[in-house]
Design a protein around this ligand. Sequence first.
Ligand code: ADP
Ligand code: MG
Length: 454
Amino acid sequence: MTNEEWDQLKDELLRSVGASNFKNWIEPLEYSGVSEGIAVFHVPTSFMGNYVSQNFGDRVLYQINLVDPDVRRVQFQVPANAPRKPVSAAPKPKQAAPDQPRVEDDFLIPAAPLDQRFKFDSFVVGKPNELAHAAAKRVAEGGPVTFNPLFLYGGVGLGKTHLMHAIAWELQQQQPDLNVVYLSAEQFMYRFVQALRDRRMMDFKQMFRSVDVLMVDDVQFIAGKESTQEEFFHTFNALVDQNKQIIISADRAPVDIKNLEERIKSRLQCGLVVDLHPTDYELRLGILQTKVERHREQYPELDMADGVLEFLAHRISTNVRVLEGALTRLFAFASLVKQEVTLELAQDCLADVLRASERKISIEEIQRRVAEHYNIRLSEMIGPKRLRNFARPRQVAMYLCKQMTSRSLPEIGRRFGGRDHTTVMHGVKRIEELRNQDAQIAEDLEILRRTLES
Ligand code: ADP
Ligand code: MG
């Protein structure tokens, strides 16, 4: 298929998908050519690629086959050499005089580009992330280094990368001369391997040691990779000795990273270690409300029914990335079918996401968590002993089973060592009473509910 043929085809597609779809989804496609029976189109984002493929792929293929029957498939992809965002965190080669020819050398730019969207003003603060946010803010002020490193950890999609980029943006704005380098641990490793291969370890060392602020994302990646760890350790120490700020993220606490050398673990713990907790309902709702504003600008014609955001905040997982993706899809879909964003539409369009996030909490899980919380054995919780040390946690677990699962009282009783349903009922009642009288119990319940829900 030639470019001209594609242009003519587009007129057909305009008629078949309608003007608004055409403008949103077909027009931005950039035809790149046919190779081995696959017609390839370039798209600006992978979201768009997926969307077009799912919703218009067949129609596009059908039209193409009218002019070129040899095409078997259409593919929508983000071009490999898509223009990268400005490499804003590239270290400036300070030692090089300005009139010296710049070496066009990828090697000297270890920093990854910063995402425009990841700034402090777009970061929604709630209970689960307020400490991490406060620590990040403090580091971004760029005052004297008080804790080194700042170690941020937490599960996927909870905002670690967002906070790190935000710090880099802020520092760069306040102190443009500062040499701020952000990169993932994976990129650190590639650079290191490259330096080894090209026999440029001196350059590598010098480059990293001339950094003012070093941020390494997802450091768990270097676990088990011995020589990379070794080099990381030296870089780390050299910078700390010079009193340069280091910011590290990982998906878990330093002590919990397996196959990471002890001396590195202990070094990582020297500064401030803060975790991002799984999002709670309030934070999710807050994030959704902020993001909706942005979608509203993009789709000003769309109305949104009450309760949709609350529904999403309740039903979608703690991972903010999943939450965002769901919202984007919902709006794109609503605009496509030209309907108000309603609960039904959300359920329809997000069925797969909702299903995936549906977390059924099991009785075992509750028993295990409660036993952990009260520091007793699982067998003690289920067993026959009536000691108060065991009885109270047992009742708490029964109460949570009643609240958080759809199991009946007899069923719960059976799973607690074959107890009678009246025993369960009594336990549940007791905890209900205590909950209002005993602040400790109330707090325990809250903590347990949260960990179970996350
Ligand atoms: P992580 O690095 O912890 O896996 P990211 O920082 O990449 O997570 O965050 C995933 C997505 O969720 C990003 O688009 C980010 O902007 C968004 N996000 C996470 N937490 C927040 C928050 N508190 N406020 C706004 N957006 C958030
Ligand atoms: Mg990340």
